[in-house]
Design a protein around this ligand. Sequence first.
Ligand code: ZN
Length: 272
Amino acid sequence: MPEWPEMDTYRRLLSPLVCGHTITAVDVNREKTINEPIGVFQAALIGRKVLFVERRGKYLLFHLDDGNRLLLHLMLGGWLYYGREPEKKKSEYQVICTFDNGERLFFGGLRLGFLHRLSAKGAQERLKELGPDPFDSRLTAPVFANRLSKRKGKLKPVLVDQKLVSGIGNCYADEICFDAQVLPAAAIPELKEETKLRLFASMRKVLEEAAANGGYMDRKFTEDDTFVGGHDERCFVYDREGEPCPRCGSPIRMDMVSSRKMFYCPSCQRPE
Ligand SMILES: [Zn+2]
């Protein structure tokens, strides 16, 4: 599932392409992907200009010039493609928006994901449970450590809880734990203060690097795109069971923690 780096990559790439452009046509191939009848959705969007694109956690919000928002969550398997012609069969895209310059934004793979049209207030209501952004200036290392200290249980399930911070999922939680040299199954009450502070630094470092590399999405964003997905090969532990740990050479292990997979190095990641 796309996480902070993937969604922020989309935000950065999309902004100069769609902001200031007016939607001239909307195709919907799957009514369940949207939150109102297709005709209503189309009529409300045609003629609207995109003012800016915002990312909140793993969501993207398209701010429209009538004050409403399009709220996108890609969930598992969703992706975006921008261009004149679709890269895949048109039926693989649940929604297609055409802009006044003839370019189109294709929303693909939205089986669990969705694109909902909401008022500003409605969008705010939907996102009210989200914790702070990992890069929020008010989220300092001590504030993060303190938020973590209030939680019980094991580390990974809490790192991926969007109420702690928003935007971390299965892949980057493992990468953050690896960078901080702490086990994803470590019990939070056992963590030393310095480990919590280290986790904060690792969180920002890992997310920033992954975003700079284009995240791990395995689909092109435009026809000539060579940037998106550049981080996929650079994950150190995620999905690398049996491969040597890049730090100490021990084989990477995969185990379950609270019914989630976790990838880690059993020799250089510690329980505290
Ligand atoms: Zn290791």
